[in-house]
Design a binder for this molecule. Structure first.
Ligand code: SAM
Ligand code: DTB
Ligand code: SF4
Length: 328
C-alpha cells in the first residue's frame, strides 16, 4: 500500500485526457478505477464521516443548489450557532455509531472573528473525543485557518463545486477564484483539504470533466474529494432541472479515483436518491468514504440500519482513523 504520509507527485491532467476517461466503455472505466484503487487502498474499507449543521440557514450567498441561501424560499427554519455542549453530544453519538470524522458545517459566506472562537472550541472538544475534525465555514480571512489549526482541526471542506467556466451560472456572490484563495490559506496553515463538487446541476459532461481536472490539478491533490449528486431542494433555482443519468455519477467517481489515486473519494450527498445498486457501483468505481447518519446538513441521508445492511451485503467495513489502517 502507498504511504499516504508522503506527498504524491501528481501529473497535470488536461481536459482532453479527463474527457477521454469519461468516454471509455463503462466496464473498461470501472476496471481501470478499481485496479488503481487497489494499489493504494483496502478495497473493502470505507471512511465514515458524520455531518452536523452548526449554524443553519439565512446565508447571504446565492448558490443555486442550496437550501440555506436567504435568497431562496425553501421554508427552512434558521438556527443560530449551536452551543458547544450540543455539538459535543452529537459528536459522541456519531462516534458511537462508528464515525471516525465529525464534520461541522455553517451557512456562512465566511466566519466572523467573534464566531470563530466558538467554532475553535467545538474543534478542540470534538478532537478530545478521539475523532478527526472537519469544518466547512465558507471563505476564510487571513489568520483564521491558523486559529483553526491551532485548535486541532484536521480537515477544512471547501468545494470548487463546478468547473470555473460554469461557476457563474450557479453562484454570483463569490467567485471560483475566491474558493481557490481559501484553499491556499487552508493548505498553508497545514490543514488537510477536503474539496469536491456537485454534479447534476444541468452541466455538460465537459464541465464535469473540467471540475475533476481542476480538482486533480490542485497541488497537492485534496486528501478528501466529496462528489455530491445534486439534492433537489424545492424552492431553489435548481430544483426543476432534469435528473442526471446515474451512470454519469458513477463515471465521475471512477474518473476522480483514476486522476486522484491517493485521495479518499466520498460518495457524498444524494445517496438516498441513488439507491443500493448505484452506490455499490460507486464503491466498485473507487469511492471509499461516505457520510453516515440520517441527516446531511438540512436534507436526509440513509438511516444507520440501511447502511449497515448495505455494508453487510457488500462485505464493506468502516476504515479506522488514518494511519491506523486495516492490514487486509
Ligand atoms: N457555506 C459553506 C460553503 O459554501 O462552503 C459551507 C456549507 S455548504 C452547504 C457545503 C457544500 O455542500 C457546498 O459547497 C455544496 O457542495 C454542498 N451542497 C449544498 N447544498 C447541496 C445540495 N442541494 N446538493 C448537493 N450538494 C450540496
Ligand atoms: C460536501 O461536499 N457535502 C456535504 C459537506 N460537504 C458539507 C454537504 C451536503 C449538503 C447536502 C444538502 C443539505 O443537506 O443541505
Ligand atoms: Fe451559503 Fe454555503 Fe449554501 Fe452557498 S453553499 S448558500 S455559501 S451555505
Amino acid at each position: 500500500m502507498t504511504d499516504l504520509s508522503q506527498p504524491v507527485a501528481a501529473k497535470a491532467w488536461s481536459l482532453a485526457e479527463v474527457e477521454a476517461l469519461y468516454a471509455l466503455p463503462f466496464n473498461d472505466l470501472l476496471f481501470q478505477a478499481q485496479n488503481i484503487h487497489r494499489q493504494t487502498f483496502d478495497p473493502n474499507a470505507v471512511q465514515l464521516s458524520t455531518l452536523l449543521s452548526i449554524k443553519t440557514g439565512g446565508c447571504s450567498e446565492d448558490c443555486g443548489y442550496c437550501s440555506q441561501s436567504a435568497r431562496h424560499d425553501t421554508g427552512l427554519e434558521r438556527e443560530k450557532l449551536l452551543d458547544v455542549p450540543a455539538v459535543v453530544e452529537a459528536a459522541k453519538a456519531a462516534k458511537e455509531a462508528g464515525a471516525t470524522r465529525f464534520c461541522m458545517g455553517a451557512a456562512w459566506r465566511g466566519p466572523k472573528d467573534k464566531d470563530l472562537g466558538a467554532v475553535a472550541e467545538m474543534v478542540r472538544e470534538v478532537k478530545a473525543l478521539g475523532m478527526e475534525t472537519c469544518v466547512t465555514l465558507g471563505m476564510l480571512k487571513p489568520g483564521q485557518a491558523e486559529q483553526l489549526k491551532e485548535a486541532g482541526l484536521d480537515y477544512y471542506n471547501h468545494n470548487l463545486d463546478t468547473a470555473a467556466e460554469f461557476y457563474g451560472q450557479v453562484i454570483t456572490t463569490h467567485t471560483h477564484n475566491d474558493r481557490l484563495n481559501t484553499l491556499t490559506q487552508v493548505r498553508e496553515a497545514g490543514i488537510h483539504v477536503c474539496c469536491g463538487g456537485i454534479i447534476g446541476m444541468g452541466e455538460s459532461r465537459r464541465i464535469r470533466a473540467g471540475l475533476v481536472m481542476e480538482l486533480a490539478n490542485l497541488n497537492p491533490q485534496p486528501e478528501s474529494v466529496p462528489i455530491n449528486m445534486l439534492v433537489k431542494v424545492p424552492g431553489t433555482p435548481m430544483a426543476q432541472g432534469a435528473d442526471l443519468d446515474p451512470f454519469e455519477f458513477v463515471r465521475t467517481v471512477a474518473v476522480a479515483r483514476i486522476t486522484m489515486p491517493a485521495s479518499h473519494v466520498r460518495l457524498s450527498a444524494g445517496r438516498q436518491e441513488l439507491g443500493e445498486a448505484v452506490q455499490a457501483l460507486c464503491f466498485l468505481a473507487g469511492a471509499n468514504s461516505i457520510f453516515c447518519g440520517d441527516r446531511l446538513l438540512t436534507t436526509g441521508n440513509p438511516e444507520a440500519d440501511a447502511d449497515n445492511a448495505l455494508f453487510s451485503k457488500l462485505g464493506l467495513h468502516g476504515e479506522p482513523v488514518q494511519g491506523r489502517r486495516c492490514a487486509s
